[in-house]
Write a protein that binds this ligand. Structure first.
Ligand SMILES: NC(=O)c1ccc[n+]([C@@H]2O[C@H](COP(=O)([O-])OP(=O)(O)OC[C@H]3O[C@@H](n4cnc5c(N)ncnc54)[C@H](OP(=O)(O)O)[C@@H]3O)[C@@H](O)[C@H]2O)c1
Length: 328
């Protein structure tokens, strides 16, 4: 008999997520599968910032994507040992009766399957389509990205470099900044916790910023908007600095409407799922770049399903460099 482990949202998050908000439970799965059913075993699980803000019911399994191996199958389209990506939540084992929930992995050669949750998966596609379709950077332009050592941000900066742009990047530790500068070759890299943002932008972008890929929002964005060029393009991708806001610590700003008006800025939000039909095209290009060494990949791996919460909490403490994943 298979006993599945699952993490339940015991209490809605309020402020910073707390260990007591989540509980680990077990569930006995049926001995035999019905016609068409598939038993999936998680191999890699993703933790992502959206899990903090996406509406979820108390008592439900935490939402999330995993790379799973099929360990038993009554569905000829999905034989045993096939690997899939699926939104099965924080579960070690799942019985799936609707195979439209499963996506076979894109061909990734001999790369780690975990990349299907990172550079080759949702965050990588967010960077790819967000930068290219919403910011439309041109060679020689100045691109600013924050949370730049994270899953989305590092890919944004690397694609911008491939497009011939000057990249200004912000991250929260010296180790992250060294990686961005020395290994990824970004042009100006700042630890935003140690600098005056306005002064840094005066130095790094004296003529202004053409494209701003925003993962952070809040006060950071209020300052950046003042340094945009006329008619600059902005991809509003995330607002992680405000995700843990609550009544005691409310989110404030950005309220710089005058900057947006006077500079005729183009702010465009992105929901990556609206590009779902184009993922194969983006993944093909990303794979080629990775295999040619033009895009580098990095992950922070947390070992053990039991440690899902600490990997998740780490996103809000800046614990991850590159994509945060959990290895079962
Ligand atoms: N719109 C979409 O479709 C879409 C899709 C994917 C992701 N996103 C968004 O993109 C952003 C990045 O996601 P990701 O998956 O790449 O996460 P990530 O960057 O890998 O991890 C989060 C990082 O954010 C930084 N951070 C945390 N709290 C912060 C704060 N208060 N102020 C500034 N930085 C903070 C930390 O790095 P530091 O050490 O640098 O602080 C942390 O490592 C998130 O806002 C996410 O919600 C949007």
């Amino acid at each position: 008999m298979v006993v599945a482990k699952k993490w339940i949202l015991a209490k809605h998050f309020d402020g910073n997520p707390q260990p007591s908000d989540l509980i680990l439970q077990t569930e006995e799965l049926p001995e035999t599968l019905k016609d068409g059913e598939i038993l999936c075993e998680a191999v890699w699980l993703s933790v992502d910032p959206y899990m903090r803000i996406f509406p979820q019911e108390q008592g439900n399994v935490m939402i999330g994507t995993q790379v799973a191996r099929i360990v038993k199958s009554n569905n000829s389209k999905y034989p045993v040992d096939t690997h899939v990506v699926a939104d099965l939540g924080w579960r070690s084992h799942s019985v799936v009766n609707d195979d439209s929930k499963l996506l076979k992995l894109p061909d990734m050669g001999d790369l780690s399957l975990s990349l299907a949750l990172g550079t080759m998966g949702m965050p990588g596609m967010t960077a790819y389509f967000g930068l290219l379709k919403k910011c439309e950077p041109k060679s020689g332009e100045v691109v600013l990205v924050n949370a730049a050592a994270g899953a989305v941000g590092n890919v944004v900066g690397q694609i911008a470099k491939l497009k011939g742009c000057k990249v200004i990047a912000f991250a929260g530790t010296e180790e992250k900044c060294t990686w961005l500068k020395d290994e990824l070759g970004f042009d100006h890299v700042f630890n935003y916790k140690l600098i005056d943002l306005a002064k840094a932008l005066d130095i790094a972008a004296p003529d202004g910023i053409d494209c701003y890929f925003d993962n952070v929002g809040g006060d950071f964005t209020s300052v950046v908007l003042k340094h945009m060029k006329f008619s600059g393009r902005i991809c509003i991708c995330g607002s992680i600095s405000t995700y843990n806001a609550n009544a005691k610590n409310p989110a404030c700003g950005p309220y710089p409407y005058l900057d947006i008006i006077i500079k005729a800025l183009n702010l465009r939000g992105i929901m990556v799922h609206s590009f779902k039909d184009y993922f194969p095209e983006g993944q093909k290009q990303m794979l080629e770049w990775i295999q040619k060494g033009l895009i580098k990949t990095k992950e922070t791996v947390t070992e053990g399903f039991e440690n899902m919460p600490s990997a998740f909490f780490g996103l809000f403490k800046g614990s991850n460099i590159g994509k945060a994943v959990v290895k079962v």
